[in-house]
Structures are given as C-alpha cells and as structure tokens.
Design a protein around this ligand. Sequence first.
Ligand SMILES: [Zn+2]
Ligand SMILES: [Zn+2]
Length: 270
Amino acid sequence: MILYDFHLHSSFSTDSDAPLQEMIEEAQRQELSGVCVTEHLDRDFVPEPGLFEADPGKVLQEIRRLQRLYGERIEILFGMELGLQEHLGPYYENLAAAYPFDFLIASQHLVEGKDPYEKNAWTGRTVSSLLLSYYEEMYENLKKMTAWDTLAHLDYIIRYVPEGTPEGEKEEWDKINELLPEILRLLIMQGKCLEINTAGLRTSIKRTNPSRELISLYRDLGGRKLTIGSDAHDPAWVGYGFEKARKMLKELGFSAYSIFRGRKETELPL
Ligand SMILES: [Zn+2]
Ligand SMILES: [Zn+2]
C-alpha cells in the first residue's frame, strides 16, 4: 500500500484555492498515514508571488497548527516544490537551509523561459526541438544544485504537446534518447529519488509521469529510490491513482518507496 502522498498543493500555491486543512481532511478520510505539503516556488516566473514564496514561515505556522490539531491521526510534513531555473540555484540552497524542511522536490516547469503548458511556447516549434531544450535545461539545473530530494514529473512537458505539432528531426530524438539515461544516472549517482507523479492518470495522457518506459529504464540503470505524489491541487485528487501506480511499480520489480522527515529518507514497502 502507498500510505503517504508526497506531492500536494493548497491555497498557499498560486494555482490552488484549496484550504490546506481540507487537503489534510481528505487524506485522513482516505486513511493515509501522512502527507507532505509541497507548495510551489517558481521564483521570477509567476507574475505575483504566491503566499508561500512571500513567506514560507506562514505555511510552516499553519502546518504546525494542523500537526497539533490532528496529532497522531495523520502525519503532516513540510516540503516545497522548487521550480528550476538556471540562476536560482544559490537562492534555493539558501532558502532550503533557512527553514526546517522535511522534503524538497525539484521540478523543471519551464523551457526557454516559458511554461510548456502555455500554447505559445510551442508556436513554430517541433516536438523534438522543444523536448531537447527542456531536458538539456533540466540536466544542467540538476547538476548545479544539491538542495533537492526527488525529481518530479520527469516528462512533464509531454502532458502539454498541442495536437498537430510536427514531430521533428531524428537527430534531435536521438539526442533526447541519450540525455534521458544521463539524467537518470545523475539521480542514481547523487542518491536522489525519482518521483512517480500520478496526476497524469486523471488527464488525457492517462499515465504516470514519468512513463512506464522511463521508470523501467531507471530500474535497468540501477535506480531503486522512488517517491510518490498525486500533485493534487484540490482535495478530490489527493492520493489519486495510487493503487494503479503501486501495481505498475510492483510489476516493474520495485518493492519500496521513500518518504522523508527532516530530509532523511525512510523506505516503506509498496
Ligand atoms: Zn510541478
Ligand atoms: Zn506540484
């Protein structure tokens, strides 16, 4: 069983309206043992800083209040989702040291300064050219930072390819296929985790990020460490698709997933 949801957002993130307590209520209703609250921090990108970016201490205060309120009934941990950008490494390293975080997620949300979620990021582009840029940026950013525990939704960009975008050139696809194992090797060498993000299971792609193929590749390269998160921005999606993900991971030969307390890893059986 997957008993912890290690990726969720509340109204402290700019893209969620859900009160944190409602997220916790839903997790408890599902009889999860715990959650890690991982509010967004995409500095220098979102036009208005979210409440979390403005003052991480406020989120911590609310988490402490909920920890007292729920006591033993559910474990509530304090994380953050760092939006990677080339110039932000030192800023994130400082921030990570300034608060008692349990867990840090690294996420490449942007490519060439744009969110691939926005259609205009794809104007005049092929799939291969933008994917290649995306993975190159991710690889460079991950190499420069130590303040992270898991790499979130590795193939996030795939969710947003607009229909009809030309596939692109074989040469670029070959480069992408060389780069992906390099990114996974970096995780393995640095002792970091690969996140299995279940949000895609409720969208048109109908699968986890990363894909089953990439998770198999990670295993073949020697990767064993996984974290699991729903990326819920609404109480309805807490823990979504966990049983499906668990079955797939068991089929692929994984037997455990990781949770973090005070940035120290503990493995739990799948
Ligand atoms: Zn994300
Ligand atoms: Zn997220």
